[in-house]
Write a protein that binds this ligand. Structure first.
Ligand code: 13P
Ligand code: ZN
Length: 275
């Protein structure tokens, strides 16, 4: 028995491979984090190594004090996670101030958690609060079609949400709270983490212009499924725009209202404007 045989670790590792299979993780692109349940921490504890030194997170996440996370390593390739998990991912603990972390398992041979740790942890902190603890997964991927759209659509949440809702009937049901958009920013630091986590107050998806996407969810399946649904919708939009710049027909605001009623979702009216 190894830590990687525990159910949560198996799900984490499988998701990294699934993202690679989709083509979202060139080189070391993208990263994944999971907030462990107390019983998972207890199961994993017997496998922990001598703790590493406390390191600065680079931001402050006081509501995550004492939480444990499984996280991908910085510079590590998603495609290598299923092949050699111990070398490419780690388990970290956040200290009592929410300012520092230390490595308890993994990254054998050295290394540190993803450079996007500030964004991951600030998103986790917001989602833990607004979902009353339900959301545990934060996923960042370099999704090709969404990135392409950030060059041709206005960087506005109303535009991205509405255009992507129109491309597939399931979309408003899968992401009823819409998609936040962060204009181009330097990645890997606190500023982009603050901007992204602000959007996570109201959305489960945030686009980083010319870079990729962040998704939040309760478990690996639903978070991966969310990323997949948004990116698939973006692929349809790219294909549509490549065939002709305008639509001959589409789903109308009233259609969305009818869909919302039958599927028991609330769709904010700000996305159902007349064009
Ligand atoms: P890391 O290798 O540090 O996780 O960075 C990859 C990435 O996608 C940065 O945005
Ligand atoms: Zn990235």
């Amino acid at each position: 028995m190894k830590l990687t045989d525990l159910t949560f670790a198996e799900g984490f590792i499988r998701m990294c491979g699934d993202g690679w299979d989709q083509g979202w993780h060139e080189r070391n692109g993208g990263n994944l984090s999971y907030r462990m349940k107390p019983e998972e921490v207890e199961e994993a504890r017997g496998f922990f190594q001598e703790p590493g030194e406390w390191q600065a997170i680079g931001t402050s996440v006081p509501d995550l004090a004492g939480e444990y996370f499984m996280v991908t390593g910085s510079g590590r390739y998603m495609r290598n996670v299923p092949l050699d998990p111990e070398h490419n991912i780690c388990v970290i603990e956040v200290d009592e101030t929410g300012e520092k972390y230390r490595i308890l398992w993994g990254l054998t041979g050295g290394g540190r958690p993803t450079s996007e740790l500030p964004s991951h942890l600030m998103n986790h902190e917001v989602k833990k609060r607004v979902t009353k603890g339900a959301h545990r997964v934060i996923y960042h991927a370099h999704t090709t079609n969404v990135i392409a759209l950030t060059f041709v659509l206005p960087l506005k949440e109303e535009v991205f949400t509405r255009e992507l809702w129109e491309m597939a009937t399931e979309c408003p049901v899968v992401f009823p709270s819409g998609i936040g958009v962060v204009e181009w920013m330097v990645p890997g630091g606190r500023d982009i983490a603050v901007a992204t986590s602000k959007l996570m107050e109201d959305h489960d998806v945030a686009i980083w212009a010319h870079h990729g996407m962040f998704c939040s969810g309760e478990d690996f399946d639903s978070t991966f499924g969310l990323m997949h649904t948004v990116e698939k919708s973006a692929e349809i939009l790219v294909k549509m725009l490549s065939m002709r710049p305008d639509k001959l027909q589409t789903i109308q605001p009233e259609d969305f209202r009818n869909l919302a009623r039958d599927f028991h979702v609330t769709l904010p009216e700000k996305y159902l404007y007349e064009k």
